[in-house]
Ligand binder design. Sequence first.
Ligand SMILES: CC(C)(COP(=O)(O)OP(=O)(O)OC[C@H]1O[C@@H](n2cnc3c(N)ncnc32)[C@H](O)[C@@H]1OP(=O)(O)O)[C@@H](O)C(=O)NCCC(=O)NCCS
Length: 153
Amino acid sequence: MSVITIKKIESENELKFCADILVDAYNGEPWNDEWTRDKALEKLVCFFHSPKFHGWMAFENNKLSGCCVGNIEPYFSGDYFYLKEMFVLTKFQKKGIGKAMMSALREFLSEINIDTIILFTAKDFFPFDFYLKTGFSEMEGMRMMSLSKDNQA
Ligand SMILES: CC(C)(COP(=O)(O)OP(=O)(O)OC[C@H]1O[C@@H](n2cnc3c(N)ncnc32)[C@H](O)[C@@H]1OP(=O)(O)O)[C@@H](O)C(=O)NCCC(=O)NCCS
């Protein structure tokens, strides 16, 4: 029987294990990124040191299989949680681990009276459906923008 347990990330030392999961998850479908463990760890450490960081690890039968991280940001109409990354080992996906992490996150936020979570994802890939299924809706009118050397006018 599969038992999923969720634990809060308490120390920077735990991030190296999360970095391995990030590499596996984002180098797989649908992103096919090229993360190295060092770069993944650098990113997670960066999040960890941002103010009001919160993160969770998911274990399936005691094996670390997923993580999610983000931080609480101030907003004039009420602070929100900015979910920066959520990822599950490719072989462990579609087993309810993402959903379990989202429940733990929402439970934690409701205890501290934060009632909004925001995140960015790509519309054409399956994580979009995952977020719809876990209760999110699209923010009408919003567009993510970037400026880089290759796309300057
Ligand atoms: C997105 C992600 C975190 C979901 O985690 P997960 O543990 O696989 O999700 P769950 O098993 O809890 O699934 C919850 C629901 O989403 C659906 N879902 C999850 N993955 C899906 C997929 N690949 N295709 C279709 N539906 C999917 C499940 O079927 C389930 O729906 P149900 O409640 O109707 O059965 C995981 O797929 C992942 O790590 N992907 C790669 C990294 C990523 O894209 N992260 C998000 C970036 S913004």
